[in-house]
Design a protein around this ligand. Structure first.
Ligand SMILES: [Zn+2]
Length: 309
């Protein structure tokens, strides 16, 4: 019998030039160190880059594709001259904002991005439609379980796993071309005062705590046939110096990579390093799009205490 396959992705938001950090040198060290660690461990990365980081170190970011990694657009609206949180904007404003950032990124990188990640996971029911209309095909937009209305980032009820998105409702799967590949989260463990589910964000906790989150996700997904493409995704930012052997985040990342490999081996599962784009290709081959109207149905079994059979 063949082993259950798990697609493992390591993402990084490259945003060290945003106004609150403003350190392109640190950003390059962070992203370069991260890429080197992934290469040394046979892993694949997705680098979500804000336009100014791309403009600051274009040669490095362009070289990542040749190393088997993926690059996409990361967007912090405040750094493009707009209000900080996209989730409170109408469709026209979001369209303009994403379009401006996409053009700037394409100028720096020499090609158009198809992969996207919104800063703060701040989005609303217009966002997926805007992204698809602007030619984006996949990315990370939702953050399942997050309840952070102060950044217009409310995602409780979003599917936990990879799915085609819905043009009219960000919390439901749908028949749009844009595929969202969320973080790996443990919705039983909340942080930030109950607002953010524990995820595999390197800087959130130490490697020991990440082990439990990864283990629970592998165990939940392993025998669940409703999840045809099983994914584990770790994430971080290029605001940490991943080239420095004494850096705690670097040590945590190395511990997480080992931990996830060991969990999969012990569970008799296959570890397939992949970019978000590769995972989405596999998903498109395997899974048809969904008409959400066929999924929705109120469960009336409890009405008048009726018997279920
Ligand atoms: Zn960001």
């Amino acid at each position: 019998m063949s082993k259950t396959k798990f697609w493992i992705n390591w993402s990084i938001d490259c945003e060290a030039t945003q106004h609150s950090v403003n350190d392109a040198g640190l950003g390059l060290k962070g992203a370069r160190g991260y890429a080197d660690i992934l290469d040394a461990n046979g892993m694949k990365g997705t680098f979500f880059i804000i336009p100014k980081d791309a403009e600051s170190n274009p040669d490095f970011y362009r070289s990542l594709t040749g190393r088997g990694h993926e690059t996409g657009l990361h967007l912090h609206p405040g750094d493009e001259g707009y209000f900080e949180f996209a989730g409170v904007m109408g469709p026209e404003e979001q369209h303009e904002l994403v379009s401006v950032a996409k053009d700037r990124w394409s100028q720096a990188m020499g090609f158009e991005p198809v992969c996207f990640c919104m800063g703060y996971a701040s989005a609303n029911d217009y966002t997926y439609g805007v992204l698809e209309d602007l030619g984006f095909r996949h990315g990370q937009v939702g953050l399942p379980g997050r309840r952070l209305p102060e950044t217009a980032s409310v995602w409780e009820g979003e599917p936990l796993y990879i799915h085609y998105t819905n043009r009219y409702n960000r919390l439901l799967p749908g028949d749009m071309d844009f595929v969202d590949v969320p973080h790996t989260v443990d919705i039983e463990s909340y942080m930030w005062g109950g607002k953010h589910p524990q995820d595999l964000r390197v800087e959130l906790v130490d490697a020991k705590n990440h082990w439990y989150t990864a283990y629970k996700s592998v165990m939940r997904q392993k025998d669940d046939e409703t999840i045809p493409v099983k994914v584990i995704r770790g994430v971080t930012h290029n605001t940490f110096d991943y080239t420095d052997p004494d850096n705690f985040r670097r040590q945590t990342l190395l511990g997480m990579i080992d931990g996830i490999k060991n969990i999969l081996e012990d569970a008799d599962c296959e570890c397939i390093p992949a970019t978000v784009g590769t995972i989405v290709e596999k998903f498109r081959e395997t899974v048809p799009k969904i008409d959400a109207k066929k999924l929705l149905k109120l469960d009336r079994r409890g009405y008048q205490g009726k018997k279920t059979v």
